[in-house]
Design a protein. Structure first.
Lengths: 81, 240
């Protein structure tokens, strides 16, 4: 199965990259844009008994390596094979 | 003092620190490869600047999981001296040996310049040769040195005096203009509760000789040597 992990800067803290991208979009005329958070995503292929077990494993991966909880938040989405 | 400089793939200030320890301070110095697990009897461990593992994932994140870092953790927990400079500081944060995290510099620029630091406490092995409140000049060279932590953790750091260096004006005042990376509370260096682990973004090893035009970093290393001159057990109350 496949998991999609999205990692993004925590809402409470200023994201300098997101701010710069937001400003650039404004300059391009996208006045609808009010905020951008710049993060990263991972696609993880794994084997697990079921989706719940897979998601649990991926959440542990996030806590141990993929995410720095001081400055980042994350979301996990299990994708059907 | 026997000093070990850890070499990760991508370290690029390892030889600078080695030079200072070996040739300027005339100490015993060796390199420690990141895949090894023995500190080979070193009393001081230095994690140098650079781009360990290409900064993949996050600066210091992959280096923090290397076999050598497990040994460095044991050394730190036993009270041994650990100094992390620039990327080495990031490794210490990612390894959980120091609190906090680094983000991209607030102005999104790689900052390569001299900064002014205020010594917030001089009762540490690393700062005992400075005066309390002394303003020193050191070079920085980093793109991700924007120190961040939760508000409650920042308060705890202040209360427990774990902030060791702050970015200040040449006169020693807090001024956002001189906090080039935008660090929370202008934090440029922190230590652990026990005071035997220090991380800082500026490069003390790049300002230890007259020929370089600045010797403000020399006292940091000299302080360590004056501590090491005393019996290790007595100085730290812990084994190795």
């Amino acid at each position: 199965m496949r998991a999609k992990v999205t990692v993004y800067p925590r809402r409470e803290i200023l994201d300098p990259q997101g701010k710069a991208i937001s400003d650039a979009l404004q300059r391009l005329g996208f006045s609808q844009v009010s905020d951008v958070r710049a993060g990263k995503s991972f696609e993880i292929e794994l084997t697990a008994a079921d989706a719940a077990a897979g998601e649990q494993a991926v959440r542990q991966m996030c806590q141990k390596l993929l995410v720095n909880p001081v400055v980042e938040d994350f979301a996990v989405e299990m994708v059907a094979p | 003092m026997r000093c070990g400089v850890v070499v990760f793939p991508g370290s690029n200030c390892d030889h600078d620190v080695y030079h200072v320890l070996k040739h300027v301070l005339e100490q015993e110095a060796i390199f420690l490869w990141h895949q090894d697990t023995s500190l080979k009897g070193c009393e001081l461990i230095v994690l140098p600047g650079g781009w360990s593992y290409g900064d993949y994932l996050r600066g210091g994140a992959l280096a923090a999981l290397s076999p050598m870092m497990a040994a460095v953790k044991r050394h730190a927990e036993a009270g041994g001296l650990v100094l992390g400079i620039c990327n080495g500081f990031q490794v210490l944060l990612e390894a959980g040996l120091l609190p906090g995290a680094m983000r991209r510099n607030a102005r999104l620029r790689f900052e390569c310049r001299d900064v002014f630091l205020r010594v917030e406490r001089n009762d540490l092995p690393f700062t005992r040769s400075y005066r309390q409140g002394q303003v020193i000049r050191m070079p920085i060279a980093h793109g991700e040195g924007n120190y961040e932590n939760t508000a409650s953790e920042l308060d705890r750091l202040e209360e427990q005096r774990e902030v060791v260096f702050r970015y200040v004006s040449p006169q020693g005042d807090l001024d956002p203009e001189f906090n080039f990376n935008g660090s929370a509370r202008a934090i440029g260096g922190v230590c652990n509760a026990r005071g035997n682990v220090l991380g800082l973004m500026p490069h003390p090893e790049r300002c230890t000789e007259e020929v370089l035009g600045n010797t403000d970093g020399l006292a940091l290393f000299q302080g360590l040597l004056s501590v090491a001159a005393r019996p290790f057990q007595a100085a730290y109350g812990g084994g190795r």
